[in-house]
Design a protein around this ligand. Structure first.
Ligand code: GTP
Ligand code: MG
Length: 202
């Protein structure tokens, strides 16, 4: 798929104020600093479309980007960000869970996992919750340029073994680096294949 245009549309705290759900939508989620915004930029070949930062907690809103004027990419805030108040964390949680549950045009959620880390309970619990709610998702391992080949294969192997303890079938997995643009073609092809399945719910 060729990305011809990628434009910022709007930022929101409330899914009800997001653009009308008239096009297929794909959202990116995961722990703070995992590389959500960077992955969106790499995918659409645009350095600064989604705002990135070395400090966790950069993205704090639901951000819509229109791609080829045909589908949306959505950059979401990270979860598990420690440096915010309990009240703010609860508000973030509600904002994201309401968006995920109610957004009728959400074709697939990309759950990002840092390829350098061991399986974390917060990610496992989040994916369990997605399954319970029937929200379609895939897994994306990020920042693979920071690991050697052997260490990367070992980490992903460990992750799969951990998941197989609780999951009958593993979700689809993408191995990526926003830095080296690894896996971008695979994600673009995945989206291109799903787009025709979009049906507007009226
Ligand atoms: P929040 O919005 O705070 O939740 O973070 P985020 O998940 O959007 O992460 P972001 O894209 O802002 O990236 C966080 C940091 O990781 C930045 O310093 C990025 O440059 C770096 N980063 C992201 N992806 C990669 C990657 O593939 N490789 C390397 N080496 N660094 C990356
Ligand atoms: Mg971000």
């Amino acid at each position: 798929m060729k990305i011809k245009t990628a434009e910022f549309v709007i930022s929101n705290t409330d899914y009800k104020l997001c653009p009308a759900p008239k096009m297929a939508e794909y959202a990116f989620i995961g722990r703070s600093n995992v590389g959500k915004s960077s992955l969106i930029n790499a995918l659409v070949n645009h350095k600064n479309l989604a705002k990135t930062s070395g400090k966790p907690g950069k993205t704090q809103l639901i951000n819509h980007f229109s791609i080829n004027k045909a589908w949306y990419l959505v950059d979401l805030p990270g979860f598990g960000f420690a440096k915010i108040s309990k009240k703010m964390r609860a508000e973030f949680h509600d904002m994201i869970s309401e968006y995920l549950i109610n957004r009728t045009n959400l074709m697939c959620l990309f759950v990002l996992i840092d390829s350098r880390h061991k399986p974390q309970a917060i990610d496992q619990e989040f994916m369990q919750w997605l399954a319970e709610k029937g929200i379609p998702f895939v897994m994306v391992f990020t920042k693979t340029d920071k690991l050697g080949k052997v260490a990367l294969a070992k980490n992903i192997g460990t992750y799969k073994v951990e998941m197989q303890k609780t999951w009958e079938e593993l979700p689809q997995i993408f191995i990526t680096s926003a830095e080296k643009k690894t896996g971008m073609q695979e994600i673009a092809d995945f989206i291109e294949n799903l787009n025709p399945q979009f049906k507007e719910i009226i």
